[in-house]
Every structure is written in C-alpha cells, then in structure tokens.
Design a protein around this ligand. Structure first.
Ligand SMILES: Nc1nc2c(ncn2[C@@H]2O[C@H](COP(=O)(O)OP(=O)(O)OP(=O)(O)O)[C@@H](O)[C@H]2O)c(=O)[nH]1
Ligand SMILES: [Mg+2]
Length: 286
C-alpha cells in the first residue's frame, strides 16, 4: 500500500480543492464506514508498540464519531493498563491497546497475545513512530542518555535513535509471542507522527521498508507453518503536536507546512486504508 503518495499528489496538484468543511464531511463518511465494520463484528484488534508512540491516540482517530474535525491532543498520559476502546451502544467491535512503557510490558502484553493465539483477533496493529516517542522524563539532563554538554539537538538525535532500537526489540517480543498462530491474521505497522517526520518521509519509508524492521516481518511471515500473515504499512498523523519533555523542551516539532488541511487529507487517506482492511474481515488460509 502506498504510505502517503496520494496525500502528496492531492496536496501538490490541489486536484480536489476541498475546503476544510468538505474534507471533514469526507472524514465523517469514512468514520461511519469504519463504525459499520465494527457493527458487524468484524474487528477485534490488539494494538502494540512502545510507550509514547501513539497507541492510545489511535482509537480516537478511527472511532471518533463526532464532528470529523481534527483530534485535539490532550498531551501525553502514559497508560498503566490495557485499554479497551469500544463503540457506543451494543456494537461489538473492540480495539485493545497495550501500555508501552517497558516496565509494564511483561505484565500487560500477554493478555493481548492470548487473543491472537486463540484466534479471536483478525489483525494486529503495531504502532511505531520513527522513534519519536513522547518523553516520560522532565528534562533531558534527567535521562541516562544525557552526556554533559549535550545540546537539545544532540540529545534528541541520540534519544530518537535509541527509541528506534526499542521499536525493534518490541517487535521481536510480539513476533516471538505469536509464532504459533493457527488462523491467518493481518499485521499493520502503523507509522504515526507523520507530521513530525514529513520532511524526511523518504528516509522514514526506506528505514521501515528496507531495513531491519521489515527483515523481521519477512522472516516471521516465512516461518509460519499453520497460517499466514499479511503485512501492510500504513502511516498517519493522529494529531498535531510537538514532541517535548514534561518540562516543555521541544525535541522535535511538527513540520512546517503540515497544517490542518494536510492533516485532514492524510486522515481521509489513512481511514480509507483502514476501512479497506476491515472490510476483508478475517483472512482465509492460502
Ligand atoms: N505530532 C503527533 N503527536 C502524536 C501522534 N500520535 C500521538 N501523538 C502524541 O504522542 C503522545 C503519546 O501518545 P499516546 O497515544 O498517549 O502514546 P501511547 O503509545 O499510548 O503511550 P503509552 O500509553 O505510554 O504506551 C501524546 O501526547 C499524543 O498526543 C501523531 O501522529 N503526531
Ligand atoms: Mg497509552
């Protein structure tokens, strides 16, 4: 699946020429379709990923049923336990989100592995963000990676690179825990924070598609004997917000030019991809 090519071509050519109100209408239409998929019980989705990558924000992005307007970021609140996002009323779909701070992973993730291994989940979402994980520390000087004399910029480069390593470690954990699945699943790598890495999008795409991340997915797919796993990359900007320490020091900012209009165009594209995946329901073994 293309990550963002459609967003770019639409933005460049101004082909659609929609104003924000019209875009919001389209967003609402896709949100309704996704609600419909859930209504028909086709979705039961565990969400994994490192702390601060955007997991808890994701259900708001796809299940938010109000105006279709951009999500206003409430700031980073670490999740302590597994969160379940359900549709309103008696609609049976569920998105189940694991907390991602390392110390919580051993206690909280096995519950989600169970849903995959017992065949209840039709797909998995692994959230990554090119290491742009929301910091859970007050100041850079509080962090183990800080070395005397580092500027904010120096520290950020080291911190984000380290967080990309954490993404790979966490991917290994998930793949190892689901190596004996007996029913087919789809596996979406959701690359969030598009608004932060937009100017380096080619580098980000290349990093995930051609590096250690995809090598791991590929060897997992090849190792399966009883079922198969279809993998897709989807990228998104779930909200617009700088990556900053708890004290407010900005480590990475939303790309200039990535405004609400871009956000809405990208959101339509992402919702459409997600809706398409849900519409397939459970994959069949091939
Ligand atoms: N700029 C930007 N910020 C985002 C995006 N997605 C999430 N965020 C912000 O990143 C921070 C972390 O998001 P959460 O959804 O709470 O992260 P999480 O993965 O649930 O973190 P844990 O609960 O600790 O595992 C929040 O302040 C969000 O508003 C995005 O696509 N772009
Ligand atoms: Mg969370």
């Amino acid at each position: 699946m293309p990550w963002f090519e459609t967003t770019i071509s639409v933005a460049k050519a101004g082909k659609i020429g929609l104003d924000l109100a019209k875009q919001s209408k389209i967003v609402r239409r896709w949100l309704r379709r996704i609600s419909y998929r859930f209504k028909h019980g086709q979705a039961f989705l565990p969400v994994f990923g490192a702390g601060g990558a955007g997991k808890s924000t994701f259900p708001k992005f796809v299940l938010h049923e109000s105006s279709g307007l951009p999500i206003i970021a409430p700031g980073y609140n670490q999740s302590l336990v597994v969160e379940t996002a359900e549709m309103v009323g008696d609609i049976p779909g569920k998105i189940i989100v694991a907390p991602g701070q390392s110390r919580r992973v051993p206690y909280q993730w096995p519950e989600l592995y169970k849903y995959i291994n017992d065949g209840s989940a039709q797909g998995i979402i692994n959230v990554v963000s090119y290491g742009y994980h929301a910091p859970d520390f007050e100041k850079i000087t509080d962090h183990d990676l800080y070395v005397e004399g580092m500027s904010l910029e120096d520290f950020s480069a080291v911190y984000f690179a380290k967080r990309r390593e954490v993404e790979l470690e966490f991917l290994d954990k998930v793949l190892d825990a689901i190596k004996h699945i007996s029913k087919p699943i789809w596996f979406v790598t959701l690359v969030t924070k598009q608004d932060i890495w937009w100017e380096n999008r080619k580098e980000v795409k290349d990093y995930y598609e051609n590096g250690d991340y995809f090598r791991r997915i590929d060897s997992y797919q090849k190792s399966l004997v009883r079922a198969h796993c279809q993998h897709e990359f989807i990228s998104a900007s779930l909200t617009l917000e700088n990556v900053k320490t708890l004290a407010g020091d900005v480590l990475a900012s939303t790309a200039s030019g990535y405004d609400f209009e871009m956000y809405e165009r990208s959101r339509i594209f992402t919702l459409r991809q997600f809706s398409d995946l849900l519409s397939r329901g459970r994959l069949q073994n091939v």
